[in-house]
Design a protein around this ligand. Structure first.
Ligand code: PLP
Length: 390
C-alpha cells in the first residue's frame, strides 16, 4: 500500500527528502508511517506481504535503508541499532583469523573493538599511519582480508586517500570498509571512490538532532548488501522502527544542516587559528592543513568537526571548556547544537596511553562539533572563555 517515487535522477537534496519515503495510501499520510509491529501475518503458507518479522525486515526501516542507499550511491543498506553495531556487523563478514589494516587514529570505540574484542575471534589488526601508502602496503600479510578507512579521522581530522587505498586493496583482493560518519554522503561518497562497504553512526549528522542512537551499513554490490542484511539479521543488530523513523526525519534536512555545520566549522577554525593560546588547529578546510589538497579532491566540503591543541595541556584545556556557556561539554557530535569534549578522557578514553601517543592525541587536545547556531555567538562564547582563563 505505498506510493513510490522514482528518485534516481533527482539531485542530492531532493533525494534526502524523497528517497525511500513513501506516502501511505490508507490515510494519504505524507510522512512514512511507523510500523511498530514485531510480526506480520501470512496470507497462507509462504504468502507474505514481503515482511514477516521486524528483526529481519520492517517497512519503516526499509524506507530509511532505501534513502541511505540512494544518498551513498550504493546497492543496498541495513540500518542498525548503533554505529558500533554497524561496525561489528561489517567485521563479522570477515572469517576467523582475518587480519585487518586500520589507521592508528580512529574512533575510540572502534579502537576498543579492534584491540579488546576481535582477538577473541582470533582476528588481528595492524594500525598504521593511513596517510602513508607505503606503510599500508608494508602491513599487508597473507592473512590480511580488509582495510579499514576512517576519513577524516576522529579526532585529529587526518585524511586517507580513499582512491589510492582502494587501488592497493584491489591488487591484494582485500575488502575496504569506510566509516563516513564525519562527512556524510553530502560531503563525501566513498563507494564512488572504490570502497566496498560504508558504515555510519547515524547517531551523528544523519539524524542530526542528538535524540537517537543508530547506525547503517551501505554496500557497493547487491551480493554484499545481501550478506550484510543476513549478518545483521543473524546477529540481531538491526534498528527499531521508531529509531529508523527518527533518522529518516533527520536526513530530510541533511543538506541544509551540513552547509550550516561547515560554515561554522570554518569560522571557528579560522578564529582559533589566530589565538595565541592555541598551539595547533586541526581542520582540513584550512589551507595550511597538510591534507588540504586531498580534502579538496575527494570531499565536496570540509564539514563541521575540528580539533585544537591548547597550550598548557589538560589543565588549561579543561579550564577553557568549563567557561563555555553555549557549547555542551559532551561526547558525540553532529547534532544541531555545538558540543565540545576532551578526547583523551572522553571519546577516546578506551585507547591505551601508547595508542593515544601513536595517534597524536595530546592531553591538551579539544574536539569541537560545530552546531548550526550563529557563528558570531559561537565565537563570542569562546572569546569570553579565553578572556576568563587568561
Ligand atoms: C566516527 C565514528 N564511528 C562510529 C561511532 C560509533 O557510533 P555509536 O555511538 O552510534 O555506536 C562513533 C561514535 O562517536 C564515531 O564518532
Amino acid at each position: 500500500m505505498k506510493k513510490e517515487l522514482n528518485t534516481s535522477n533527482l539531485e542530492f537534496s531532493t533525494r534526502c527528502v524523497h528517497s525511500g519515503v513513501y506516502k501511505d495510501e490508507l490515510y494519504n499520510s505524507v510522512v512514512t508511517p511507523i510500523y511498530p509491529s514485531s510480526t506480520f501475518y501470512f496470507e497462507g503458507p509462504g504468502q507474505t506481504s514481503g515482511y514477516d518479522y521486524t528483526r529481519t525486515r520492517n517497512p519503516t526501516r526499509v524506507a530509511l535503508e532505501e534513502n541511505l542507499t540512494s544518498l551513498e550511491g550504493g546497492a543496498g543498506c541495513t540500518a542498525t541499532s548503533t554505529g558500533m553495531s554497524a561496525i561489528s556487523s561489517a567485521l563479522h563478514l570477515l572469517p576467523e583469523n582475518a587480519h585487518i589494516i586500520a589507521g592508528n587514529e580512529i574512533y575510540g570505540g572502534t579502537f576498543r573493538l579492534f584491540n579488546d574484542i576481535m582477538p577473541n575471534r582470533a582476528m588481528s589488526v595492524s594500525q598504521v599511519d593511513m596517510r602513508n601508502l607505503d606503510a599500508v602496503r608494508s602491513a599487508i600479510r597473507p592473512e590480511t582480508k580488509a582495510i579499514w578507512i576512517e576519513t577524516p579521522s576522529n579526532p585529529l581530522l587526518n585524511l586517507t586517500d580513499i582512491k589510492a587505498v582502494c587501488g592497493l586493496a584491489r591488487e591484494h583482493d582485500l575488502l575496504t570498509i569506510a566509516d563516513n560518519t564525519f562527512l556524510t554522503p553530502y560531503l563525501q561518497r566513498p563507494l564512488e571512490l572504490g570502497v566496498d562497504l560504508v558504515v555510519h553512526s547515524t547517531t551523528k549528522y544523519l539524524n542530526g538532532h542528538s535524540d537517537v542512537v543508530g547506525g547503517a551499513v551501505i554496500a557497493a554490490t547487491p551480493e554484499l548488501a545481501e550478506q550484510v542484511a543476513a549478518m545483521c539479521n543473524a546477529l540481531g543488530t538491526t534498528c527499531s522502527p521508531y529509531d529508523a523513523w527518527l533518522v529518516l526525519r533527520g536526513v530530510k534536512t541533511l543538506s541544509l544542516r551540513m552547509r550550516a555545520h561547515e560554515e561554522n566549522g570554518m569560522a571557528l577554525a579560522q578564529f582559533l587559528d589566530q589565538r595565541e593560546e592555541v598551539e595547533r588547529v586541526y581542520y582540513p578546510g584550512l589551507q595550511k592543513h597538510p591534507d588540504h589538497a586531498l580534502a579538496c579532491r575527494q570531499q565536496s566540503g570540509f564539514g563541521g568537526m575540528l580539533s585544537f591543541d591548547m597550550k598548557g595541556g589538560e589543565d588549561r584545556a579543561q579550564a577553557f571548556i568549563a567557561q563555555l556557556h553555549l557549547y555542551s561539554f559532551a561526547e558525540s557530535l553532529g547534532g544541531v547544537e555545538s558540543l565540545i569534549e576532551h578526547p583523551a578522557s572522553m571519546s577516546h578514553a578506551a585507547m591505551t596511553p601508547a595508542g593515544l601517543v601513536a595517534a597524536g592525541i595530546s592531553p591538551g587536545t579539544i574536539r569541537v562539533s560545530a552546531g548550526i547556531e550563529a557563528s558570531s555567538d559561537l565565537i563570542t562564547d569562546m572569546e569570553q572563555a579565553f578572556a576568563t582563563i587568561s
